[in-house]
Design a protein around this ligand. Structure first.
Ligand code: C2E
Ligand code: MG
Ligand code: MG
Ligand code: MG
Length: 279
């Protein structure tokens, strides 16, 4: 009982509560209990294709419906889960759930799943992915795995081999938060990648000519490599217009839809999507 209560509190032997930790933090055992107790949820956020004016896919984003703290976003528990193999279990749960959900969408939209460095380091990952796809009946090319750069991942060659095996299944690979890591270009060089997801810190600064130039450069680079570009964190019609003018075909952000329990499979906010191009 003290255990269940402990998501944001330190409970001493005498049952007294010490000064609470920030209300957004959880303990590892709580995460494990919550996962096994069915408290985790999948949210989905649309990724819009500006060329076809469709929802190309949705990113699966995990949430924790905590019994006392309410709905928690990953910032409250993913960093802690990443300290142990709990994150691997969580990622696998998300992977299976996302494949099952997408198989029922009645649309060709793909589902994109985030994988932590521990999950990526597991040599059994290709088999785990194959099993999740097979079990759900999802067409493999409707699954995309998001890889985020991490300094704690030592063996880039090993990861490249695992990702190649996964891609051989027909599953696609995205480089998440592109441009913010320590070696974005070597990751792009070393890994078999289908899509880069330009980090939202660039999107937030698209009113700066230098940032706009960087985005154009990333689009040109991606085009040379036959890699798709998703611009993350698009919040305003101006950012949407700038991203499209820079040549980025796909966008994701609050403008087009917030993460929600039901995948939105049609383009919303059409006026924004159709904002006139500057001539
Ligand atoms: P991410 O993969 O880069 O996901 C995008 C994050 O940006 C999401 O936050 C999303 O809600 C948020 N976002 C989307 N559009 C906008 C926008 O227009 N403006 C702003 N300010 N934010 C926007 P969320 O859901 O809190 O997830 C945060 C991070 O947690 C994700 O970043 C991802 O790295 C991680 N994460 C989420 N789900 C999983 C999971 O199942 N496994 C693992 N390992 N990590 C996950
Ligand atoms: Mg992501
Ligand atoms: Mg991202
Ligand atoms: Mg991120």
């Amino acid at each position: 009982q003290a255990k269940r209560r402990g998501a944001n509190q330190v409970v001493h032997a005498g049952g007294e509560t010490a000064s609470p930790r920030p209300a957004t933090t959880a303990r590892e055992s709580d995460i494990s209990d919550g996962l096994h107790g069915g408290e985790f949820r999948l949210f989905f956020q649309p990724i819009v294709d500006h060329e076809r004016m469709t929802v190309a896919g949705c990113e699966a984003l995990v949430r924790w419906e905590h019994p006392s703290l309410g709905l928690l976003t990953p910032a409250a528990f993913v960093p802690l889960a990443e300290e142990t193999d709990l994150i691997v279990e969580l990622d696998h749960w998300v992977l299976r759930g996302a494949c099952a959900a997408a198989a029922g969408w009645g649309s060709d939209a793909y589902v994109s799943v985030n994988l932590s460095h521990r999950t990526l380091a597991d040599t059994r990952l290709p088999e785990t992915v194959r099993a999740a796809v097979a079990q759900s009946g999802l067409r493999p090319d409707r699954l995309c795995l998001e890889v985020v750069e991490s300094r704690s991942l030592q063996d880039l060659g090993g990861l490249a081999a695992r990702l190649a095996a996964i891609r051989h299944l027909g599953v696609r690979i995205a480089l998440d938060d592109f441009g913010t890591g320590y070696s974005s270009l070597s990751w792009l060089q070393s890994l078999p990648v289908d899509v880069i997801k330009v980090d939202r810190s660039f999107t937030a600064a698209l009113d700066s000519p230098a940032t706009l130039a960087l985005l154009r450069g990333m689009v040109a680079l991606a085009s040379e490599l036959s890699v798709g570009v998703v611009v993350e964190g698009v919040e305003t019609p101006e950012q949407s217009a700038a991203a499209r003018e820079a040549g980025a075909r796909f966008a994701q952000g609050y403008l087009h839809g917030r993460p929600s329990a039901d995948a939105a499979l049609e383009v919303e906010h059409e006026p924004a999507v159709r904002a006139p191009r500057r001539s």
